[in-house]
Design a protein around this ligand. Structure first.
Ligand code: AMP
Length: 219
């Protein structure tokens, strides 16, 4: 989905409840930025322009993740792959590591809502939960960390949002056709409420499990 579609929010709930590992290339890149070395500064300037980081950097990050046997078949990618080259690289890495994609989820949201969502976004640097200061603020009922952990991202400003959206349309949207052809794509209305989207994702998981169970019975 485009920036602000709710990928990170859903990813948080999915990994927590389905016992998976979240691999967010955005988070991995921000970790590099925080090191404040030459590579980190280069990545920061790309992120702040709303462009995609070079594929060789992303491919190396993913290669290392797939080599970790603890993650075997238990990965939820958030914001990856982001273009067709990354799709091809992922295909070959999965083949090499004898793993498969079970489902691809796309969250659809219109351009106007993206602005409202991103400009109010706050991420808790302690627990990873994502809030919105206008629509879904952090309160004592939904968040136990201190409010000083709530952070805004440097790329969550109006100018960068426009570029990130254009990058999405130009580079990322075309990958949906690839996954549609492979019968892996599930499109969800990202404008729905957080718990409604999550319920739909639970439904997708349940239908995949039924399908795998039938396959097992017929074997
Ligand atoms: P995200 O946290 O997913 O919104 O990503 C924030 C920024 O990190 C993006 O706007 C890109 O600049 C960069 N980024 C994240 N994931 C990727 C990726 N798979 N390929 C290239 N750049 C990425």
């Amino acid at each position: 989905g485009p920036p602000g579609a709710g990928k990170g929010t859903q990813a948080y709930f999915i990994v927590k409840n389905f016992n998976l590992y979240k691999v967010s290339t955005g988070d991995l890149l921000r970790d590099e930025v925080n090191k404040k070395n030459e590579l980190g500064n280069k990545i920061k300037s790309i992120i702040d322009k709303g462009l995609l980081a070079p594929d060789n950097i992303i491919n190396k990050l993913i290669d290392n993740i797939l080599l970790n046997k603890n993650f075997n078949n238990r990965i939820l990618f958030d914001g990856y792959p982001r273009n067709l080259d990354q799709v091809k690289n992922l295909e070959s890495l999965l083949k090499k590591n004898n793993q498969k994609i079970s489902a691809v989820i796309s969250l659809n949201i219109d351009k106007e809502s993206i602005f409202k969502r991103i400009l109010g976004r706050q991420t808790c640097s302690n627990c990873g939960l994502i809030f919105n200061e206008y629509f879904y603020p952090s309160t004592s009922a939904n968040h136990s960390c201190n409010s000083s952990f709530l952070k805004k991202r440097s790329d969550d400003n109006e100018k960068t949002i426009i570029n990130r959206f254009e990058t999405y349309i130009d580079k990322t949207l075309p990958i949906l056709d690839f996954y549609k052809e492979q019968n892996l794509l599930h499109q969800i209305n990202g404008m729905a409420k957080i718990h409604e989207i999550y319920k739909e994702i639970q439904g997708i998981k349940a239908s995949l499990e039924t399908w795998l169970y039938k396959l097992y019975l017929y074997k």
